[in-house]
Design a protein around this ligand. Structure first.
Ligand code: GLC
Length: 438
């Protein structure tokens, strides 16, 4: 068995750790300015001005089934949608606000269409819900808020009542977790309670009343997975926009934790028209492989356009995953970090995963070596080897690399894989090693 013991959490993470790959979807009014989902606060936009996006939001090409089909084709097994991002705009028909999609020209409950379409494709569904809210009149102005630079910002805070806002969040989360069937993930975002700038204070678990919020979510959806960003440790650790280099460990106990890296195609989460920093196909696949080889999940983000479709660049990036996953999903689903003894055999420029039953190893070749791939310590352990992509045999020998038999590079422990000179035409070729059993 190669399955590592992972820190126990309130929810059941078994399916999550098996599925490994999900789609994040950031969609809201910020798709219209199309220059980052924080645009309202970056540009300190007045409420009355931001309002025009609300009046003109008309995603006439929105088709949740097309999103779901692309997610599934890309090999993603679950999806997390921003039901409300920091701007405060709600993608469902909430009873607790008028600032919702059904009051825009769109007139459709996006959340409902999302859950139905994704479930129909066999994907699990999750809700992102922003703890920050730059529209709600009770949310006190702080250093992240669009009104922070107003000369009378501090005075504007009078009468804003965080308790009332916390109740609003509980009402909305209850609505989301009762009105849409079984929800697999609640993704709360985010806490910054330690921050202080002059009179402005950040917000954390006391402000959100996270304990009550989480208790409510657990009561309404037993078994749901919740991330850690409400400031109380739950099921999921969620590093973003960087690639961990080790399996994340609990800071106090040192135990391995369940983690999910969230990443973007180009930097922003919301649709960004002018961004030029789109990741290459190689990098997209490597990020997934790197993550799973360290026991983690990848939540890869798409920011749909204001008209509701995935633009050509996003489609192309998803197609990169689709093409690779069609042939290589076996090295991802139900796989995790390989056992230490196998990791020790890992040549440079390779990443390894292992099936949870321990029977198969997957060598991911980030650089393609000439002719031989030496694996020290694996002699006698492998029963069969093949390229995963086309199921073609990878020939091998044991004990030495050199064919003259003159003693060069001899080592009883050595397993040598013989590679064709021409690298398989895929961003990351994978060799599947079936281990001898018993
Ligand atoms: C951050 C950002 C945000 C994005 C999120 C995704 O906390 O505020 O815009 O939604 O990360 O992880």
């Amino acid at each position: 068995m190669s399955s590592y013991a992972v820190r126990q959490t309130p929810g059941d993470t078994a399916w999550f750790r098996h599925d490994r790959f999900g789609m994040f979807i950031h969609w809201g009014l910020y798709a219209m300015p199309a220059r980052h989902e924080w645009v309202k606060t970056r540009e300190c936009r007045p409420e009355a001005e931001y309002e025009k996006y609300f009046r003109y939001f008309q995603p006439d090409l929105f088709d949740a089934r097309a999103w779901a089909r692309q997610a599934r084709a890309a090999g993603m097994r679950y999806a997390v949608l921003t039901t409300k991002h920091h701007e405060g705009f709600c993608l469902w028909d909430s009873r607790y606000t008028d600032y919702k999609v059904t009051n825009t020209p769109a007139r459709r409950d996006v959340v409902r269409e999302f859950v139905e379409a994704f479930r129909a494709e066999g994907l699990r569904v999750g809700f992102y819900y922003s703890l920050l809210d730059w529209h709600h009149p009770d949310f006190p102005i702080d250093m992240n808020h669009p009104r922070r630079k107003d000369p009378d910002a501090q005075a504007q805070n009078e009468g804003r009542d965080m308790r009332r806002y916390a109740q609003y969040m509980r009402n909305q989360v209850a609505e989301l977790l009762t009105g849409y069937g079984k929800i697999d993930i609640l993704w709360l975002d985010f806490s910054y309670g330690e921050r202080k700038e002059g009179w402005m204070r950040g917000k954390g678990k006391e402000d959100w009343e996270s304990e009550a919020l989480i208790a409510l979510a657990r009561r309404l959806q037993p078994g749901i997975l919740i991330n850690n960003r409400a400031g109380i440790e739950q099921d999921l650790w969620t590093p973003e926009q960087h690639q961990p280099t080790q399996w994340l460990r609990h800071p106090d106990t040192g135990e391995l934790v369940t983690w999910e890296a969230c990443q973007t195609f180009s930097g922003s989460w919301g649709y960004h028209r002018d961004e030029a920093s789109w990741k290459s196909p190689d990098m997209l696949i490597r990020m997934l492989v790197n993550t799973v080889s360290l026991g983690g999940n990848l939540l890869m983000n798409v920011g749909p356009t204001a008209r509701g479709y995935f633009d050509a660049r996003a489609e192309a990036a998803l197609k990169v995953y689709a093409d690779w996953m069609r042939l290589h999903a076996r090295s991802i689903y139900g796989c995790t970090m390989a056992e230490p003894a196998f990791l020790a055999a890992l040549p440079p420029d390779c990443r390894m995963t292992q099936s949870e039953d321990g029977s198969r190893l997957y060598l991911h070749l980030f650089a393609y070596p000439f002719a031989f791939l030496p694996l020290r310590g694996l002699a006698g352990k492998v029963d069969y080897a093949q390229f995963l992509g086309d199921g073609s045999e990878v020939e091998r020998s044991e004990g030495r690399m050199d064919h003259f038999g003159d003693g060069l590079l001899e080592d009883d422990d050595l397993l040598v894989l013989k590679l064709p000179a021409v690298r398989p035409d895929t961003p990351v070729p994978v060799i599947e090693l079936f281990l001898k059993q018993g």
